[in-house]
Design a protein around this ligand. Structure first.
Ligand code: ADP
Length: 445
């Protein structure tokens, strides 16, 4: 009896919390965020700029024309559907393309246009008359390297002379051969092997180093040291471009080793808020009543879509199975799925093929599907100590800045402990969570 199991889980959640709680590593998370994003993440926050050398010039551009790119490259940019530079690109691009070259550290959340910026810089720095690697881009994983390479391939669509080589697992080269491509995109281990052990290319001839996803790099065992070893072999004159989605001491310490005398640009994240969200709670006696509340809610969703968050994947799959059996079309997103399966689940949901998505905390941040108007907490988010996890609550329900539309959040309360969590969350955010009579679901319309 799955309902009973769900109850058991709630009574003693600590016991198997760790195995049932979902884990997702930073590289995987970053990849998913990239793939499920449709376009730029906008922000109203101003760009912060720091530079050690106040004499270094700093420009900002409002159009891609102003960069005086090769016409074929500009054509490639427009062909990707980019009309004007994103906020970070406005300042990053002129600096990255400047002569003499300037080093840069850029930090902004995923989706703000960093990859497009450094790919454009890489492409415009290539000298196609020289048949050897001049540009090296280090990515933390195979998948992220491929993603970057795909962007480069698209952007250089009208520049057939520019050639690219992946230095990632699965790629093989004959001993004694040399790489003739201009750009190498790879993971640190493979790049070290190829450059030092096999001498497939010469790090001394690299004029641009891009270090992408520095924060993910740090999170991967051994990568940071490998990057530093690569960096030591590069010429003094090599231009350094260092990118990260987060900005903490560890990242900055790493950046300082790699990048000398940089211009640092940062774009702070738009704050998530509950301002436009109507929050409710529904009292349920047991899992059966929780299920009833869910079906009531399902019944009243005429427009838009809903996401249901469960604490464990066991509850999530129980709920998905039960709803499916009852004839509702639901999608489930769980850590058991491969990356490509998750992407296809999210794509289907975004297309509206399912009205409801059931999930755990995995990617609570990543799911920014505009049509989602109702978020249901089947279980309230709590931390290891079983205390209210307000941060996760905000990620599940909050919307950002002026781009956020209004929405509804419904919390299912089935125990004094859940009520306690709900009140703690209410107190934390100083925003009322209203009582909703489950029998009277019309109220939420
Ligand atoms: P990041 O590297 O910061 O995660 P990306 O460069 O991958 O950001 O950009 C995020 C999304 O926005 C991608 O889908 C990309 O194609 C798109 N994008 C990037 N720059 C622009 C632009 N100037 N105009 C429109 N879309 C853009």
């Amino acid at each position: 009896n799955p309902a009973k199991e769900a109850t058991k889980e709630r009574v003693a959640p600590q016991q198997n919390d760790d195995e049932s709680r979902e884990h997702i590593n930073p590289a995987e998370k970053s990849l998913l965020q990239k793939i499920i994003r449709k376009g730029l993440v906008e922000t109203t926050k101003p760009l912060e700029i720091q530079r050690k050398n106040p004499n270094s010039p700093l420009y900002s551009i409002k159009s891609f024309e102003a960069l005086h790119l090769k016409p074929e490259l500009l054509k490639g940019v427009y062909d990707m559907g980019f009309n004007s530079p994103s906020k970070i690109q406005e300042t990053a691009l002129p600096t990255l393309l400047a002569d003499p070259p300037q080093n840069m550290i850029a930090q902004s959340q995923s989706g703000t246009g960093k990859t497009a910026a450094f790919v454009l810089a890489m492409l415009s720095r290539v000298d196609t008359s020289k048949m050897y690697p001049q540009i090296l881009c280090l990515s933390p994983t195979y998948e992220l390297a491929i993603q970057t390479g795909e962007v480069a391939a698209r952007m250089s669509k009208f520049c057939p002379d520019i050639k690219l080589k992946f230095a990632v697992r699965g790629e093989e080269m004959a001993r004694g051969s040399k790489i003739e491509e201009h750009i190498v995109i790879g993971t640190p281990g493979k790049v070290l092997d190829w450059a030092l052990k096999f001498k497939f290319f010469d790090l001394k001839k690299i004029s641009v180093l891009v270090l992408d996803e520095a924060d993910v790099m740090i999170a991967t065992q051994g990568h940071q040291d490998q990057c530093i070893r690569i960096h030591k072999m590069l010429p003094q004159t090599c231009q350094m471009m260092f990118f990260s989605a987060t900005y903490d001491k560890e990242v900055m310490d790493f950046a300082e080793i790699i990048v000398s005398n940089p211009i640092i640009i940062r774009l702070l994240k738009e704050e998530e808020s509950l301002d436009n969200i109507k929050q409710y709670y529904v009292k349920c006696k047991d899992p059966a009543e929780k299920y009833q509340a869910i079906t009531n809610i399902y019944g009243v969703i005429t427009i838009g879509q809903a996401i249901i968050f469960c604490h464990t994947k066991k509850t999530a799959s129980w709920l998905a199975e039960k709803m499916t059996k009852d004839g509702h079309s639901v999608a489930i997103l769980s850590g058991d799925l491969t990356v490509s399966e998750r992407i296809s689940v999210l794509d289907r949901f975004r297309e509206g093929l399912e009205k409801v998505l059931i999930t755990t905390n995995v990617l609570a941040r990543g799911i920014d599907v505009e049509q989602v108007t109702i978020v249901v907490n089947f279980d309230l988010p709590m931390d290891q100590n079983r205390e209210a996890d307000c941060e996760t609550y905000l990620h599940r329900i909050g919307r950002t800045g002026r781009f956020g539309q209004s929405g509804i959040a419904i919390n299912l309360i089935d125990s004094p402990h859940a009520m306690q969590l709900c009140q703690d969350i209410e107190r934390h955010f100083k925003k009322k969570i209203h009582f909703l009579d489950a029998e009277d679901a019309d109220e939420i319309e």
